[in-house]
Design a protein around this ligand. Structure first.
Ligand code: UN1
Length: 507
């Protein structure tokens, strides 16, 4: 395929890089199979412990230099990375789509998020502001400044194989940190392609080897990063199970972790909703990326007065969905990532039925021409009870649960009554309802929207959620503070040394 050659992807690819230099990886290789057509796209070397040791030593050395380069100059390198991504948007978006299985529009959209975060980071490189405070002592000045942390480990998930890395890495870079990226073993080639794209920019700007590293590997590689005292911050995106393991290891050494884990996102459809708008938001939220976004809409909490009519609209819309090759722009829904995901989807459907759920749009695995990979499934809809075990669980697949409510308080309670707390939305034209939903007594999620679905967040806001979602915030707003350490500085320019709090200490 043309885009593979454009991105420098071969049948066999070294899996470890410290910027421009590549190492094969001594622990075997990962095969990347496309869920689109079941074909082997290529192989990527896996890092062994010696590779890891070499990468971390190179990164540590690079940090000593990178932290002394003025932030706006670091921003200039990020600006050029953004330009390189713009030039390769079509090719990289196509690879993301082919390797991960999301629609081409979404693959391109993911690369657009990378470009946008580069722009954001460039501006930020001149705005890493600290406060100045008034000292209680005469002839004293007190202020705070933000310094880089050091090596930032980034563990990313298959569903956003490249964008979530860039949210972390581009901010970390302008903050003066160096990064070691452990991509998902399900989408290693997208990471290799990114490294090829940025290598040329690193070269042109004489960026020290070790500022942006990639280290492909399995769970053990993530564990090495989590346990390593030389990694002050580990940012991890993925399942709650993974996040709990990573967080425990990092916490045991009192390191910092930034977690973006599972979601169980709901849209409340009020009786005062614009139902056409609610339909689009729900549909894209539930079936986009084949239900494999952290922000996917998994639950619809619908007012009893519009329940039947809205359900009918939804069922009709599901009937019109085109499922197939995501590189074909006329298709809406691509495949799941692999057969394990298909099995998890089937198990969730069975569990839902067992727990009393009733399917109004049936699921199933598609077979026949175009579906040879065995990863294409039908988006489905079930009526279920809010506290059914399966409804409380995040299944990374296009299964949507419908439930009914009568008062808004009840709807908010249902929306909040899950272990996860990432994204939430209300569809309403009623100001009182909208404001209550956004108030302290409303949604308990990191993201709460009005008249927008749960997925498709912009990079400018802080992205992340509460409870089992892990509490981290990435991307926009002041998320950059995660990647720096704050230092409070007090300077005495007087001739006396007065103690704080009026303490006298005379000899
Ligand atoms: C994720 O699923 O991990 O809001 C990230 C969205 C995307 C990011 C999702 N911008 O759906």
């Amino acid at each position: 395929m043309k885009f593979l050659a454009e991105l420098g992807i071969k049948a066999e690819n070294p899996g470890v890089s410290t910027g421009r230099k590549w190492m094969q990886g001594s622990a075997g290789s990962i095969s990347s199979w496309s869920p689109v057509d079941g074909q082997l796209i290529g192989q990527v070397g896996m890092a062994g412990e010696e590779d890891y040791a070499q990468v971390i030593a190179t990164a540590a050395k690079a940090f000593e230099e990178w932290r002394t380069i003025p932030a706006p100059r670091r921003g200039e390198v990020v600006r050029q990375i953004g330009e390189a991504l713009r030039a390769q948007k079509q090719a990289l978006g196509s690879l993301v789509s082919y390797e991960m299985g999301k629609s081409l529009q979404e693959g391109l959209g993911e690369v657009q998020e990378m470009i946008d975060i580069c722009d954001f980071a460039v501006g930020l490189s001149r705005q890493l502001y600290g406060l100045s405070m008034h000292s209680e002592r005469p002839s004293h000045r007190m202020y705070e400044q933000w310094h880089p942390l050091g090596i930032v480990g980034i563990i990313s998930a298959f569903n956003f194989p490249v964008a979530v890395w860039s949210w972390n890495a581009m901010l970390a870079m302008v903050c003066g940190d160096v990064c070691i990226w452990k991509p998902s073993e399900k989408t290693p080639l997208s990471a290799i392609a990114c490294q090829h794209i940025i290598a040329e920019v690193l070269e042109r700007n004489n960026v020290p080897e070790g500022v942006l590293c990639v280290i492909n590997g399995g769970r053990e590689t993530g564990e090495l990063l989590a346990a390593d005292l030389r990694v002050p911050l580990l940012s991890a995106t993925g399942s709650t199970r993974m996040g709990k393991a990573v967080a425990a290891t990092v916490a045991a050494r009192l390191g910092r972790s930034l977690l973006e884990l599972g979601g169980n996102n709901a849209i409340i459809v009020s009786r005062d909703a614009d139902l056409d708008m609610a339909l689009i938001g729900s549909l894209f939220g539930a079936v986009g990326t084949a239900g494999q976004r952290c922000t996917t809409t998994r639950r619809l909490i619908i007012h009893e007065s519009v329940y039947d009519s809205f359900k009918e609209k939804l069922v009709k819309a599901y009937g019109q969905l085109r499922i197939g090759n995501p590189l074909d722009e006329t298709n809406h829904v691509g495949p799941l990532i692999d057969k394990d995901a298909v099995n998890a989807y089937l198990a969730a459907i069975a569990a839902c039925k067992e727990q009393g759920g009733h399917f109004v749009v049936e699921g199933g695995v598609l077979s026949g021409a175009g579906y040879e990979s065995g990863c294409y499934v039908k988006p489905c809809i079930a009526e279920a009870k809010p506290d059914d075990a399966i409804v409380q669980t995040e299944t990374f697949a296009p299964i949507l649960y419908l439930m009914k409510y009568s008062t808004l308080d009840e709807a908010i309670a249902i929306q909040n009554n899950v272990p996860q707390g990432l994204s939430s939305a209300i569809m309403t034209m009623n100001l009182r309802e909208a404001e209550l939903f956004l108030s302290a007594a409303g949604s308990d999620c990191g993201i709460a929207n009005v008249n927008i679905g749960t997925s498709g967040a912009e990079i400018g806001g802080a992205f992340g959620g509460e409870k089992e979602t892990g509490g981290g915030r990435e991307s926009g707003s002041d998320a950059w503070k995660n990647y720096m350490r704050r230092q409070t500085n007090t300077i005495n320019y007087g001739t006396q040394l007065p103690l704080a709090q009026g303490i006298k200490f005379d000899l």
